[in-house]
Ligand binder design. Structure first.
Ligand code: SAH
Ligand code: SF4
Ligand code: F3S
Length: 454
């Protein structure tokens, strides 16, 4: 039996912003009458939402794309789309490299997918990478989870970290209005979502492009104000936000997090390097002393808060001693989790053309040493959960053990326990922790919390 429904497939690379964009683009495609196909080879529209943060991320895209470009020769009505950060970085050059492409669209154009596809169906090859004002999303995203959701609050980034492509590919900061954010969260609450993560590449910049200044001279709309404004959205039981920038992280924000019961005690604040000289050349705008002060303040307000971060090793010119300052910071702070990466030179960024690049050997050696330390420290940090009662929001079945479900603590530790997903999905369960590992926990369910939504 054949069906006349046309199918789409999206493969997403990169960060949470890309995942959120993909969910909105999937929503647009479903609105247009397309149906999801898990298998890209059965799809009539294939969309790669791409990442270019490091060279290996970019190369992965080309290998996927090559395979589908070949398929297009046998199936000429296949529509091939490259969206996201590689699309923005390469623009028309991507069409020269892969002439089979129908549409190349930068991240700012995600909400315009329907328009752009219409132009493709009218017989055009389309490139949409000019900077635009991001239009509010009018469709319903097709979200991967029914329990946790992402909500963009600010697009783009105005920082100029010397290693980073994000400002080039994501454009200038554009904050959504508090009202639009609240409306989206209220809808999520009505649909039964329990957890919302507010998203921005530099979320502490939220609101500085919106009009309005207080009598004390500060911006009227800040992330702190936004948290107070959305905090009472019915149904939403947990609020998280990412990614924080140490340059702008304020005590006022920390106080709000301590005060507002739904805001979870987990902070993702990338430090990138523990050495002041390296931080300066990265143009990060803070010292390791300031970073330590922020973490100390967080712990004064919330002694049990989990701290995670990103770090780069092998930045151009980084000496062994400077790298050891990163190790020292990691040991001193005691991170619950750390995303680590070897520096990768990116086109169009200042540090890429500096002459003091380090060899791949040095970079990978430092990466290994750092990862080893991270695992040791995370294992130590996990110890504190032993025997404790933790509230876990159940998201899914444990893919490796169908008798178990999995979810996260408020501090974002992945936790497994015995249970039936059909009964427990989306429930907040008190779990007695009986096993601890570096990055996950196992426990026994004690009590399911009944949430009374108003
Ligand atoms: N906006 C966030 C992070 C954005 S990119 C921030 O300001 O911290 C996510 C992470 O990728 C960064 O934190 C950094 O650790 C890493 N990264 C970015 N550019 C990189 C590069 N050129 N090489 C290696 N890692 C990089
Ligand atoms: Fe990149 Fe820096 Fe902006 Fe983060 S703050 S996205 S690292 S430029
Ligand atoms: Fe990658 Fe773009 Fe995110 S480069 S990390 S997908 S902003």
């Amino acid at each position: 039996m054949t069906t006349s429904r046309r199918h789409y497939h999206i493969t997403t690379f990169g960060c949470q912003m890309n995942k959120a964009d993909s969910e909105r683009m999937a929503g647009i495609l479903e609105d247009m009458g397309f149906e999801w196909s898990e298998d890209p080879n059965q799809a009539d529209v294939i969309l790669y939402n791409t990442c270019t943060i490091r060279d290996n991320a970019e190369q992965k895209v080309y290998s996927y794309l090559g395979r589908q470009a070949k398929r297009k020769h046998e199936q000429p009505d296949l529509t091939l789309i490259v969206a996201g950060c590689v699309a923005q970085q390469e623009g028309e050059a991507l069409l020269r490299r892969v002439p089979e492409l129908d549409l190349v669209m930068g991240p700012q154009h995600a909400n315009r997918l329907q328009d752009l596809l219409q132009q493709v169906f009218d017989g055009n090859q389309v490139v949409a990478t000019e900077p635009i004002h991001i239009i509010e999303d009018i469709t319903k995203p097709r979200r991967d989870s029914k329990v946790t959701a992402w909500v963009n609050v600010i697009y783009g980034c105005n920082e100029r970290c010397t290693y980073c492509v994000v400002p080039n590919v994501r454009g200038v900061e554009q904050s959504r209005t508090p009202e639009a954010i609240r409306v989206e969260m209220e809808e999520l609450g009505r649909q039964g979502y329990k957890e919302v993560t507010l998203l921005g590449q530099n979320i502490d910049a939220y609101g500085r492009d919106l009009p309005g200044v207080t009598p004390e001279g500060r911006h009227q709309h800040t992330l702190t104000d936004l948290l107070y404004y959305v905090h009472d959205v019915p149904g939403v039981e947990r609020i998280r936000f990412a990614t924080s920038h140490p340059r702008y992280f304020t005590e006022r924000l920390i106080r709000a997090c301590a005060e507002l019961p739904k805001v979870c005690e987990h902070f993702h604040i990338p430090f990138q390097s523990g050495d002041n000289e390296v931080l300066k050349r990265m143009a990060r705008g803070y010292t390791h002393e300031k970073y330590r002060r922020i973490i100390n303040t967080i712990r004064e307000y919330m002694s049990d808060a989990a701290i995670s971060a990103d770090a780069i090793v092998g930045f151009p010119g980084e000496t062994e001693e400077q790298f050891e300052n990163t190790l020292k910071l990691v040991a001193d702070i005691g991170f619950d989790q750390l995303n680590t990466a070897a520096y990768s030179p990116r086109p169009g960024t200042p540090a890429a053309v500096w002459e003091n690049q380090l060899s791949e050997e040095v970079k990978s050696d430092r990466l290994q040493r750092l990862n080893h330390l991270v695992a040791t420290i995370a294992a130590e940090r996990s110890q504190r959960y032993m025997g404790r009662l933790e509230e876990v929001l159940v998201e899914d079945q444990n893919p490796k053990d169908k008798t178990q479900v999995m979810g996260r603590t408020r501090t974002n530790r992945l936790t497994f326990f015995t249970g039936d997903i059909n009964e427990l999905k989306g429930k907040l369960v008190k779990v007695r922790i009986s096993e601890v590992r570096a990055f996950s926990l196992t426990g026994e369910p004690v009590e399911v919390r009944e949430v009374v939504s108003v």
